[in-house]
Design a protein around this ligand. Structure first.
Ligand code: GAL
Length: 390
């Protein structure tokens, strides 16, 4: 039989493929993404502290620590294995976990994490290899998405190493469609470091997209990343979030005031909160910063707005985020090298009527905001406020 298709049949096929594409990338896709991450995802990821040194034993211990440390109760949900869990593909092309480091396999690990009431994430790369030269997912997008779904994976971070000549907008859309068809809700984290302005196409493609290169556990790098996010707020919203990279709180390279700046800024930015420290040996100071319910509530506010800079003068910056209850979260940041006074003027927020002030790190009511409020802010530090309009 002649297997050349007649023109009307070709036209029909093109039309139906086009419609399927519209469905995947259009409203259906947008609704699906919004349901998966109505607020910025919260969890833990292995990379910042452990890099390639991951194992099933460590991930189980971290899962236990997520519960016993109070992180789970504070809202952290995802336990994410980053690079280096995978070693090869089998004869069918299925991705294979390192048998020495993950002897029970990823499916058993997902079961363990689920039994603790948490969710499991894995990592791959849109190119030929991951950054640590493990097999990437190029040309295996559908197969890998199905494998993750079969294993019970809830979150996938997809990196951009060894992707020369590829277009991230095209490649990540392939993953979006593969995940949509995989039969399991899986959060989709795009990790291409801001290449080709992912905030412009990310909202219709994934749940979060990295806006910059990697964070480091020092004030200079953290602050350059965090304070450079101004202007990206219009691209974030329910289900789709700008990602200024994972948290370094507790990894030892910053002072307390600097980690308070890190956590406050990420909350004002409605950034995903992925802790990157060793939860098994977390000290009280780190725990207090990572689990402060008033600061987490700013990040997780259901209105889903990302904050922005209201004012700056030399090393001083005031950032604010409007909240669902009509109030504002405000950060008075001092990027300078000595303690300095910062004054919040109610006009900066457009408030004309009465308003109350609360200090979110000190858990302290500060009384009425009478036109302005001034505070001494330490070097590299922050005063984080909630302004409630009456
Ligand atoms: C980088 C990525 C990091 C981490 C690392 C793993 O590209 O930005 O967050 O995933 O790869 O190799």
């Amino acid at each position: 039989m002649n297997n050349v298709l007649s023109p009307p049949i070709v036209a029909l096929l093109v039309l139906s493929v086009g419609l399927a594409g519209d469905l995947a990338s259009g409203q259906v896709g947008a609704d699906r993404l919004a349901q998966l991450a109505p607020t910025p995802p919260m969890g833990w990821n292995s990379w910042n502290k452990f890099a390639c040194n991951v194992s099933e034993q460590m991930i189980r211990e971290m899962t236990d620590a997520m519960v016993s440390s109070g992180m789970k109760a504070a809202g952290y949900k995802y336990v994410n294995i980053d690079d280096c869990w995978q070693v090869s593909r089998d004869a069918q092309g299925t991705i294979v976990a390192d048998p020495t480091r993950f002897p029970s396999g990823i499916e058993a690990l997902a079961d363990y994490v689920h039994r603790k009431g948490l969710k499991l994430g894995v990592y791959t790369d849109a190119g030929r290899l991951t950054c640590e030269k493990r097999p990437g997912s190029l040309d295996h997008e559908v197969q890998d998405a199905k494998t993750y779904a079969a294993w019970g994976v809830d979150y996938v971070k997809i990196d951009w190493c060894h992707a020369e000549g590829l277009d991230p907008e095209v490649q990540y859309a392939k993953f979006r469609d593969a995940l949509a068809q995989a039969g399991r809700p899986i959060i989709f984290s795009i990790c291409n470091w801001g290449v080709k302005a992912p905030w412009q196409w990310g909202p219709r493609t994934g749940n979060l997209w990295r806006t910059t290169g990697d964070i480091k556990d020092n004030y200079d790098r953290m602050s350059v990343i965090g304070f450079s996010q101004n202007g990206l707020e219009k691209f974030a919203g329910l289900g789709h979030w700008n990602d200024p990279d994972m948290l370094e709180v507790g990894n030892g390279g910053m002072k307390r005031d600097e980690y308070l700046t890190h956590m406050s800024l990420w909350a004002l930015l409605a950034a995903p909160l992925l802790a990157g420290n060793d939860l098994r040996s977390m000290d009280a100071e780190t725990k207090e910063i990572l689990t402060n319910p008033e600061v987490i509530a700013v990040d997780q506010d259901t209105k889903g707005l990302q904050g922005h800079r209201l004012w700056d003068e030399g090393p001083l910056e005031i950032w604010a985020k409007q909240l669902g209850d009509g109030g504002y979260a405000v950060g008075l940041f001092n990027r300078g090298e000595s303690e300095l006074k910062i004054t919040l003027d109610s006009k900066m927020l457009g408030i004309t009527g009465p308003a109350r002030l609360r200090n979110l790190w000190e858990h302290q009511e500060l009384g009425s905001l009478n036109n302005s409020y001034s505070a001494m802010v330490p070097k590299h530090g922050v005063v984080m406020l909630k302004v409630t309009t009456q």
